[in-house]
Design a protein around this ligand. Structure first.
Ligand code: GAR
Length: 208
């Protein structure tokens, strides 16, 4: 059984998609061990509480230095002994020590087709604002492993979504979530939980 930590900052609709997929059997061999938020007011924490899942808040704001936060964050994560860390809308930079220790065991959902509209400054609604400002006709979402760069790790799954003429950033964000994020994030977890993902030379292979 793959033990998951799901890291969140906000509404937690991707967390909900994971919980639903586990309930419905779309994800097998996995369970959510802990939900961690950097924001005490995140609705995602209520979703975890409602399911009786352990949850906690850890924020850089509560520490004297970034180093102190990074150290304690890693110590707390380690204490749950999880196999996979899922960044589901988590907006804090992952400490380098954590990336090294959990190599190919941290995945992130990003709301665009990487390598477009990703990297520094592209998160949440800003991604969709960028897509609309550029006049792109297709966008989507990407699940990837986390490495030392911003949105640069090996790509696991992607799904395209059409941009429509009168989209606002909010409308587009919702369509990308519904048509792509809530599907490919649970799918990627199921593939990993069932041993179908390997990483070779920075690229992901999916076993048939
Ligand atoms: C999602 O759209 C996710 O892709 C995005 O934040 C949102 C969180 O929503 N993540 C990023 O932009 C990371 N760069 P949720 O809390 O409802 O799952």
């Amino acid at each position: 059984m793959l033990k998951l930590a799901v890291l969140v900052s906000g509404g937690g609709t991707n967390l909900q998609a994971i919980l639903d997929a586990i309930d419905h059997g779309a994800i097998t061999n996995a369970q959510v061990e802990v939900v961690i938020s950097n924001n005490a007011g995140a609705y995602a924490l209520e979703r975890a509480a409602g399911k009786g899942i352990r949850h906690l808040c850890i924020s850089p704001k509560d520490y004297e230095s970034r180093e102190a936060f990074n150290e304690d964050f890693l110590r707390q994560l380690d204490s749950y002994q999880v196999d996979l860390v899922v960044l589901a809308g988590f907006l804090v930079v992952i400490p380098p020590e954590m990336i090294a220790k959990y190599r190919n065991r941290i995945i992130n959902i990003h709301p665009s087709l990487i390598p477009s509209f990703c990297g520094k400054g592209y998160y949440g609604l800003k991604v969709h604002e960028g897509v609309l400002a550029r006049g792109a006709k297709v966008t989507g979402a990407t699940v990837h492993f986390v490495d030392e760069g911003t949105d640069t790790g090996p790509i696991i799954l992607q799904k395209a979504v059409e941009v429509q003429q009168n989209d606002t950033p909010e409308v587009l964000q919702r369509r990308v979530m519904e048509q792509a994020e809530w599907k490919i994030l649970p799918q990627a977890i199921d593939l990993i939980a069932n041993g179908r993902i390997t990483v070779e030379d920075g690229r992901v292979r999916i076993a048939e």
